[in-house]
Design a protein around this ligand. Sequence first.
Ligand code: SAM
Length: 479
Amino acid sequence: MTIPTLPAAYLEAVTALLGPAEAEAFLASYDAPRAYGLRLNTLKINPASSAADQLSERFALRPVPWCGTGYYYEESTRPGKHPYHAAGLYYIQEPSAMSAVELLDPKPGQTVLDLAAAPGGKTTQIAAKMAGQGLLISNEIHPQRARILAENVERLGIRNAVVTQAAPPALSARFPLAFDRIMLDAPCSGEGMFRKDPEAIREWSPEAVELCAARQWDILQDAVTMLKPGGRLAYSTCTFNRRENEDTIARLLATYPFLRLIAEKRIWPQREQGEGHYVALIERDNEEKSGATATIPASRLPHTGRAGREREYGRGGRGGRSGQAERSAAAALDSFRAWAADELPAIALPAGGTPLLFGEALYLLPASGGLALTPEHLTGLKVPRAGLHLGDVRKGRFEPAHALAMALSAAEAAPRLWTLGEDSPLAAAYLRGETLEVPADLRGWHLVTLVCGEGQYPLGWGKASGGQLKNHLPKGLRH
Ligand code: SAM
């Protein structure tokens, strides 16, 4: 690949950082082939299962040393194009980017925030570690990217994540001292992307580095405000300069004496197989000594601007927490239960949680031990996904959501399964949105699943009648 000429100021900075000999090895790494990685989704498959063996063989997987569920794959095997990708069995992720969540090490039952989360590499890694227990808030500021994040959360079958689309101050005003773990994978100057994305080289300049550092500093203030005493924050970037990495962290520690640096890790492309990453792990003292409890400057209070069209919660009555809204949500949950009892009696209804209605769409806001998340927390926020989307109530009838399909195991949907063999061309046909032929006596909702090893994994819903399985894959996901 021809990459644009590296800016002189960048070359100087790299030489100052690494010394001339290693800088040469670093620069030579631009000509080396890049590493491709994927992470197994342990919400769906066990790394010791026959399904994992099958993936390992098909994609020639080799372990990533710093991530137990991470693997390098052979580019020519194209796992991103395989129906297993649509089934959410893995997430394509740059290998060095896997290091940050490993360091953060979130646990099941915790309350976790991923503050700059799209497209979802770190969120899906966090969710896998939480194993469906606790609450994950995944936030992304940009609407388009927040939508992609929500799709990835659904594809991987994550039940306990709320996807918000907010600027960090709007979250810190709502959630002071709320989180056991915070991931801040900050927007950065992207020096680690130069090999993957030459556009990043064109956008780089010493001024851009300064702008990024200023923005990172701003976002960090909000992250600190939201961190619980005793909680941990992982700050990461895919850039190499000290300004956006060590210097920013040094400034943070100097400003907030109740923060401590627990670990700092860098991955360099000339030393390891990966594009490069920086991560710092910070802990907040349990005892607040310096009077530095989270105070919220007025400028950081929630935005009260005009309500956006897209799923802004709680404005204008509909979806708000009036008694009427609560009753409507409870009635919608009843129709879900009635539907499940008829169509899929083996479904284990998600325990706890609060039903929420956005128009026709019924969500289950996850229950969390630590943070008692209430619908009021979401008032005025754009929420592309308020937990698990169970389905839509249309004219009194319940229609299950694609997100629900992806969050189910085959056992929960049995016997209503329509299973496709691992190399069946019908999997691709289903993913293109085609209707499948089925026996004439097959009726009702079926979970279309794909075989991998000895397991079967959902691709989406189909509804059978008259010898046809009508395709209920959302139009936007057909390809
Ligand atoms: N964590 C993601 C993952 O693993 O897939 C990658 C995140 S990317 C490095 C940084 C994200 O920060 C981008 O999605 C970008 O839209 C978002 N961002 C940009 N400006 C921001 C701001 N001022 N506050 C919060 N996030 C911002």
